[in-house]
Design a protein around this ligand. Sequence first.
Ligand code: 13P
Ligand code: SF4
Length: 340
Amino acid sequence: MQTQTQPATAKRLPFTPEIEARTAPIYEKLNAQIPLVEWHLFAPEIDAINRLKRERNAIVLAHNYQTPEIYHGVADIVGDSLALAREAADSDADVIVLAGVHFMAETAKLVNPNKIVLMPDMEAGCSLASSITAQDVRDLKAKYPGVPVVTYVNTSADVKAESDICCTSGNVLKVIESLGVPRVLCIPDEYLAHYVATQTKVEILSWKGKCEVHELFTGEDIQTFRDSMDDVVVVAHPECPPDVIRAADFTGSTAEMTAYVRQHRPSNVLLLTECSMSSNIAAELPDVKFVPSCGLCPHMKRITLPKIRRALETMSPVVTVDPAIAARARAAVERMLAVV
Ligand code: 13P
Ligand code: SF4
């Protein structure tokens, strides 16, 4: 006899012929990435999530680092942090499920205070977001009075609330140059700040935050690949260390990296970023060979199909932002969205 209620995540859903037929077009895109035995686990989850989305008038926003079964199977919108913030602001769904990390869900809630934003795993954090507190920002403002604070979206709402304007890796240069000032604080990512300083005459002051995934890449890794593969094209995220960016052929946000590969179709490409990016693009570009060298973001990887299904079944966990800070944090995000 069963003595306790099993969570939805514990129950394995059956793979029926009807589900097989309904999900076949998705598997056609993914069969090079996902073995059939795993597909038998994923397909019923995908089918259930897509039904729940219709019932709840919900959409799933998925970051480019989500695994292929989420990215290609249940996401309505995929993209970089900037695209997800924009799409969240434009959406007319009643419910937004954020398949990404906590700061992305919080940003979606800031621009949609009247919508339900669900975060399948509240523990999905970010090393950059945890590198700085609101008090740290107040201390910086006291040390550099009058210098505008440009804050990466990879931060908590409390930190955004202390900031003049937000930015993402996709718009940091435009945001900084839009301010028309000689000096800005660009926090908390030291490497993103270093990268943008190479692109502008504005003086950039920074903080000591790092992405735990991108900080591990080295310029030497790139040289090793170039030595063994003449034609490899190296594409890096601006959260990488400066020597990596100097050695790369192109640097950009995850959406810009994807666009670069789509446009240039290199025979061999090395994406210096989170692992799932390569798998997601590979599913649509079979002629491009993705050289395996990437890092896993443990926070992004907390999001799974069963957790997304459970969020939609139980309509939880719900993302909330303290109203005392939400208005100021929202203003910083909206100023960014007005620039680009
Ligand atoms: P993008 O905005 O480029 O998608 O970056 C988000 C992120 O977390 C990169 O590590
Ligand atoms: Fe944060 Fe880095 Fe993970 Fe992006 S990859 S969510 S910056 S820890």
